[in-house]
Design a protein around this ligand. Structure first.
Ligand SMILES: C[S@@+](CC[C@H](N)C(=O)[O-])C[C@H]1O[C@@H](n2cnc3c(N)ncnc32)[C@H](O)[C@@H]1O
Length: 292
């Protein structure tokens, strides 16, 4: 099946997107960015993964994207019988992968972008996966009802990430686990690199709230303040960012491939300055105390 032709292919123009973001007057509309991207701007046409890939043992995008999901499932220790929430589930490929590889009893894929959920329900249906149009900052689940909460490359959009971490804590059962793979500013001499004006523009264009602009150190502090224990945060950037940039450069050098990407997205990826020069890419795990 050619997934670039799915119902989620983007009808929105760049001007339409900019107009609608301006009209939103500061209200977070990450959903509009993803409506705009549709499925045409996914790295490959044989899946609708959006993650940047974990390239340690492969140079194939699909395998790298799946390795990233496997890393997340392993970090959350998802096992048989678990009920899992996946916050920011994209087009659902990762939820089917988690259901198949980790044998969870139920996976709830949560996403604010309606067209992505429509695509997931159509192309990534699975008997143990349920998709919800909802925000990670207002999860539609009872207190203490979930074994594992995961999020893959999405929490930087949430308004705010801290609100999501509190929501995850609320829905987790005592002893439940959190695993988040996230993009944060790189820290240099203890300070997050914000990328100046270009960084601010990119955050606006990608609907990344200013409140989420902190590095790995503050991230750990927020986890502790929220009540999580056993927090572990580590950078996996070397196995993600340089190989992804190299992959995209090679992909976009092929005119047939390049033509399916929106020129704005193509230009951002082909910019001579590495688009991730000020970014870190981290794996975060923590637990809700068994006594909570
Ligand atoms: C970079 S994409 C990653 C998607 C998917 N995890 C993947 O790796 O293929 C970020 C995702 O977060 C979703 N998202 C953004 N804000 C959200 C929110 N407040 N609640 C739930 N999902 C959100 C977007 O719709 C998008 O699917």
């Amino acid at each position: 099946m050619d997934r670039t032709e799915s119902a989620a292919s983007s009808p929105m123009t760049a001007l339409g997107l900019i107009g609608r973001l301006l009209m939103a007057r500061g209200r977070n509309r990450a959903d509009l960015c993803y409506e705009f991207m549709g499925t045409r701007n996914c790295p490959t046409t044989d899946s609708t993964y959006l993650n940047l890939g974990y390239w340690r043992d492969t140079n194939d995008y699909r395998q790298a994207a799946e390795a990233m999901v496997d890393l997340l499932g392993h970090a959350a220790a998802i096992g048989e019988g678990d009920t899992v929430v996946d916050a920011g589930c994209g087009f659902g490929d990762q939820d089917v992968r988690l259901a198949q590889t980790r044998n969870a009893v139920r996976i709830h894929g949560v996403n604010i972008t309606e067209s992505q959920i429509a695509h997931a329900r159509l192309h990534n249906a699975h008997p143990r996966v349920t998709y919800h149009v909802a925000s990670a900052t207002a999860l539609p689940f009872e207190d203490g009802s979930i074994d594992k909460v995961v999020s893959l490359e999405a929490a930087f959009h949430f308004d705010t990430r801290e609100t999501f971490l509190r929501e995850a804590f609320r829905v987790l059962r005592p002893g439940g686990r959190l695993a988040v793979i996230d993009l944060v500013p790189l820290e240099r001499n203890g300070r997050p690199q914000t990328g100046g004006l270009r960084g601010a523009l990119e955050r606006w264009a990608s609907q990344t709230p200013g409140a989420n602009v902190y590095g790995i150190t503050r991230y750990g502090e927020i986890l502790r303040a929220t009540g999580y224990v056993d927090g572990q945060l580590r950078s996996i950037a070397p196995d993600v960012l340089p190989p992804y940039v190299a992959f995209m450069h090679k992909l976009l050098a092929d005119p047939d491939q390049a033509s399916r990407f929106h020129p704005m997205i193509r230009k951002a990826m082909q910019h001579p300055n590495n688009p991730f020069a000020s970014s870190d890419y981290i794996l975060v795990t923590a637990a809700k105390p068994a006594s909570a």
